[in-house]
Design a protein. Structure first.
Length: 415
C-alpha cells in the first residue's frame, strides 16, 4: 500500500472518534433525563449514514456524470477501483466519516424533541441524496469545483450544510418544555459542561487529524502547513473566546474556550492549505469571537439549539469560506487579486446553504403529520423514560413521576 493511502486511512480511523466527541457533546448539552436518547441519536445517525452512503450516497457524490450535478455510477460499491491514481475504497472511508460529521451536526438540532423514526428517515434522505450531491459539486469535480469554488476541509460542505439542517430542525421543533410542561423561554443550561467541554476538545483534535488526512498528493510543505494552520486557528479561537467571555462576565467557562477552539478550526478548514500562519491565527480569532456573539443572538431569539450547531459550525463555516476569497495566497484579495474569488465563494456558500434547505421537504411533512416531535407529556417526563427504557442515571432525591404520566407513554415509533 502506498504511503499516502496508509496515511489517509490512519487519519480516517482516528477521525471516527468524532462520533465519541459528538456523543459527549450531545449527552452534556441535554438535561439529565435525556442523556441516553441523545447518545442513541448520534450513534443511530452514524449507522444510518454509513448504510445510506454505501447504497447511494457515494455514487451520487463520486460516480461518473455528464452534467456536473450528480454522479450516476458506483451504487452499492459496484465497480469500485483501486489504482495508483484512484482508490474508491479509502475515499469511501474518508468521505463517509465526513458524512457522519454532517449527520451529527444535524442531530444536535433535534436533541430531546424528535422521534427516532422521524430522525432516521431524515438521515436516510440527507445522506442518501441531499448531502452527496453537494459533495459532487465540490469534491467530485462538479459545477462548483469547475466554477472555482474552494473548500479544502469542508467549512461549507460539512459545517454550513450540517449547520443549516440543524437550525431548520431546531426551528421546526421549537423550544423544549420544562418539567411542568411549559415551553421554556430561554435556553436550558447544560447539565454536564464537563461532557460538552471534553467532547469538543476531542472534536478539535479529530478535525485537525481529518484535515491532515486530506493532504494526499499535496506538496510536502502543504502536508506540514495544514496541521500547523489548524492548530493555530484552534488556539486563537479558544483564546479569543476565553478573553472575550472573561471581559464580559469576569469569569471563565470550559464550554466557551472549547467551543471557541472548535469554531476556529471549523473556520480555517476552507483555506487551511493556502494561507499563511498569521492568517490562520486571524481567522481563528474572528471565529472565536463570532461564536460568542452568535450564542448571544441565538439565546435572545429563542432558537433552542442545545448542541450550539449554529454558533460552533454554521457561522464559523460561513466566515471561513468567505475569508478564503480575501486571505488565500493564490486567489485572495489581500494579495492583489480581484474580487472574482470572493464572489465565487459567496455563490458557493449560498448554493450549499440553499440546497440544505431541501431537508424541509422531509421535515415539514413529518411535522404536519405530527410524527416529528414527541408529545408534550413525554417531553416533560423526559425522552429517556419514553423511548430509552429509563434515565441514564437517577439521583437519590429525584422525584418519582406519577404512574398516570408513565402509563400515558405509548412506545410506538409514531407516539
Amino acid at each position: 500500500m502506498a504511503l499516502d493511502e496508509t496515511w489517509v486511512l490512519s487519519c480516517a480511523f482516528f477521525s471516527i472518534l468524532g462520533l465519541l466527541g459528538y456523543s459527549m457533546i450531545a449527552a452534556g448539552a441535554v438535561r439529565y433525563k435525556s442523556v441516553q436518547s441523545a447518545i442513541i441519536t448520534i450513534l443511530l445517525g452514524g449507522i444510518l449514514t454509513i448504510l445510506a452512503f454505501y447504497i447511494t450516497g457515494y455514487a451520487f457524490a463520486f460516480g461518473q456524470d455528464s452534467n456536473k450535478f450528480i454522479g450516476k455510477s458506483l451504487f452499492a460499491a459496484a465497480s469500485f477501483e483501486s489504482t495508483p491514481s484512484k482508490n474508491d475504497y479509502d475515499n469511501f472511508v474518508f468521505h463517509t466519516i465526513a458524512a457522519i460529521f454532517v449527520t451529527s451536526i444535524f442531530a444536535l438540532g433535534t436533541l430531546e424533541r424528535s422521534r427516532f423514526f422521524s430522525f432516521s428517515f431524515g438521515v436516510i434522505i440527507l445522506q442518501g441524496l441531499l448531502y452527496p450531491i453537494v459533495v459532487h459539486w465540490t469534491f467530485g469535480q462538479g459545477w462548483l469545483s469547475t466554477f472555482g469554488f474552494q473548500d479544502f476541509g469542508g467549512s461549507s460542505v460539512i459545517h454550513v450544510f450540517g449547520g443549516v439542517t440543524a437550525l431548520l430542525a431546531s426551528l421546526l421543533l421549537h423550544e423544549r418544555r420544562d418539567q411542568n410542561g411549559k415551553i421554556h423561554p430561554g435556553i436550558f443550561p447544560h447539565h454536564a459542561p464537563f461532557f460538552v467541554g471534553i467532547g469538543t476538545i476531542l472534536l478539535v483534535v479529530v478535525q485537525i487529524i481529518f484535515l491532515s488526512g486530506l493532504n494526499r498528493g499535496s506538496a510536502t510543505y502543504v502536508k506540514g502547513l495544514v496541521p500547523v494552520n489548524a492548530l493555530l486557528a484552534a488556539s486563537f479561537g479558544g483564546l479569543s473566546s476565553y478573553v472575550s467571555y472573561y471581559l464580559k462576565k469576569e469569569k471563565t467557562s470550559l464550554i466557551t474556550i472549547a467551543r471557541g477552539s472548535l469554531a476556529g478550526v471549523v473556520a480555517v478548514s476552507a483555506s487551511v492549505d493556502d494561507i499563511q500562519l498569521w492568517a490562520a491565527a486571524f481567522i481563528g480569532t474572528l471565529a472565536g469571537i463570532s461564536y460568542l456573539v452568535i450564542q448571544l443572538i441565538v439565546k435572545r431569539s429563542h432558537v433552542d439549539d442545545p448542541g450550539q450547531a449554529v454558533g460552533a459550525h454554521l457561522v464559523p463555516g460561513i466566515l471561513g469560506t468567505l475569508l478564503y476569497g480575501i486571505l488565500s495566497r493564490s486567489h485572495g484579495l489581500f494579495y492583489g487579486n480581484n474580487l472574482k474569488s470572493f464572489g465565487i465563494q459567496i455563490v458557493g456558500v449560498l448554493s450549499i446553504a440553499g440546497w440544505a434547505l431541501l431537508i424541509l421537504a422531509v421535515l415539514v411533512p413529518l411535522k404536519g403529520f405530527g410524527i416529528f416531535k414527541i408529545k408534550p407529556e413525554q417531553e416533560s417526563l423526559g425522552i429517556d423514560q419514553s423511548y430509552a427504557g429509563g434515565e441514564a442515571y437517577v439521583f437519590s432525591d429525584q422525584t418519582v413521576e406519577t404512574k398516570s404520566l408513565l402509563n400515558s407513554q405509548k412506545k410506538s415509533i409514531f407516539h
